[in-house]
Design a protein around this ligand. Structure first.
Ligand SMILES: [Fe+2]
Length: 459
């Protein structure tokens, strides 16, 4: 498929062809001397022209990293060398199909979605398979990480690390087989402690979840997978508007017997911002859409009825689940379309005053024209705009070393200037949150729009 036919292979969604390394990058502004670490972002970067229909989720994972130390910055980008990547490299062409047009040989684990730092280990994640361990700061692929052979499920791209206990919670989902979800807890020293099945009525695409200090929250949302649709020549996924959203809350070390399900209005959520305990209630904040057409799903339709009645616009939203009375309250928190929500993760699972998200640009493509800082207490919003013709990605919150105030730190994201066709790492002071970036680190090559990143602190 050529770029002119597929917008995810064109403009700044197009892959870069080389792996490069560059030291002594040019910097506008001054890099704070207390920053010592590496910003790493994952995203799809197909090594070869795809076979058949290409979806943005299909590309081989590539990491772009900016190492910052002593007020200086260096850059490197590296493919994640998965088994499928190496097979295709040897063949000199694509061998695997994508999510829209699967081939007999199955899918390749592209490791392209996110990156997590736990117990001095960097893992590249893709929700359909095993994580890959990555060396820092070289970004070399060390290999599949199976938690000493104990892993029995795929691993979500969005594990949650408790900032106090340092436990890591994750799940893996299966579309076609029961149990549809397996939930795991990893100890602070990196041992997989337990994996328990969570039962769902039907397989669903489950991209994220949430934790509080004592609970874990699963989202059984009506983006269902049914094999029989394939036999009718329809996409396997459909958004079933008639099904409610179900939120399952269980104690962190609980299981399917201790999960309690709450029903709320039909919706889809890619990403949660945070969750916390408030008296008898659990509060969840996430980016909610009325429906979704991801992976060709017939968005917002009733089974057998093709009228589109929903929309894919994500808004910041709050649910409150009362564990005593069983009631659910839900409301939108703001009317600005936004996605890729993040917080200061030193407060994950606890009530925070602030949340951050990308401001969705008025574009047919998933691009952000700025970053939003939500004051969740005062219901106010501050905006950082990337500027005319400039679009960026997820804003990763980096706390100032030694900070005692939640919003004392920076947001970091890659920004692309579409007129100049250049990329930068932009660092925004979150206490001020103005349109002016504190620091702009100019990169030697274009960084395609991608998915999730993290900050690895070496300090
Ligand atoms: Fe994600």
């Amino acid at each position: 498929m050529t770029a002119s036919l597929n917008p995810y292979l064109a403009d700044n969604f197009a892959p870069v062809q080389t792996e490069s390394t560059a030291d002594q990058l040019s910097v506008l502004g001054e890099i704070p001397l207390e920053l010592n670490g590496m910003f790493v972002r994952n995203g799809p970067n197909p090594q070869f022209p795809p076979i058949g229909a290409y979806h943005w989720f299909d590309g081989d994972g590539m990491l772009h990293g900016v190492r910052i130390q002593d007020g200086k910055a260096s850059y490197r980008n590296r493919y994640i060398r998965t088994q499928g990547f190496e097979q295709e490299r040897q063949a000199g062409r694509a061998l695997f199909g994508g999510l829209l047009q699967p081939l007999q040989g199955g899918f390749k684990n592209v490791a392209n979605t996110a990156i997590v730092w736990h117990r001095e280990r960097l893992l590249a994640l893709w929700e359909g398979g095993e994580p890959h361990a990555i060396a820092v700061p070289s970004l070399d692929t060390l290999g599949v990480h199976s938690f000493g052979g104990k892993l029995t499920s795929p691993v979500t791209a969005h594990p949650k690390i408790d900032p106090v206990t340092k436990e890591m919670m994750f799940f893996g989902y299966s579309l076609a087989q029961s149990p549809h979800v397996k939930y795991s807890v990893v100890s602070r020293d990196g041992k997989l402690l337990r994996t328990v099945p969570i039962e769902l009525p039907v397989g669903v695409m489950m991209h994220d979840f949430a934790i509080t200090e004592h609970y874990t929250i699963f989202m059984d949302l009506p983006l269902t997978f049914r094999r029989e649709r394939l036999q009718r020549g329809e996409p396997a996924f459909a958004f079933e508007r008639d099904r409610p959203s179900r939120f399952g809350i269980l104690p962190r070390h609980g299981d399917n017997q201790s999960i309690r399900w709450f029903e709320a209005s039909s919706c889809y959520v890619f990403h949660t911002l945070n969750a916390y305990e408030a008296g008898d209630s659990i509060v969840l904040i996430a980016c909610r859409m009325d429906s979704t057409s991801v992976l060709g799903a017939s968005a917002g339709t009733h089974e057998g009825d093709n009228r589109q009645i929903g929309s894919d616009v994500p808004l910041l939203y709050r649910w409150q689940f009362n564990l005593k009375t069983g009631t659910v309250q839900e409301k939108a928190l703001d009317d600005r379309p936004c996605e890729f929500p993040r917080i200061n993760e030193q407060y994950l699972g606890r009530q925070t005053d602030y949340g951050y998200a990308g401001s969705s640009a008025p574009s047919a493509m998933p691009k952000f024209d700025g970053l939003l800082k939500f004051n969740l207490e005062r219901h106010s919003v501050q905006v950082h705009s990337f500027g005319r013709g400039r679009y960026g990605g997820e804003g990763v919150f980096v706390p100032r070393p030694g900070a005692t105030i939640e919003d004392d730190g920076w947001l970091m994201t890659f920004v692309h200037d579409e007129m100049q066709d250049t990329s930068e790492l932009v660092i925004i002071n979150t206490s001020a949150m103005t349109d002016e970036a504190s620091v702009r680190i100019l990169l030697p090559n274009r960084v395609p729009y991608g998915f999730h990143g993290t900050w690895v602190s070496f300090g």
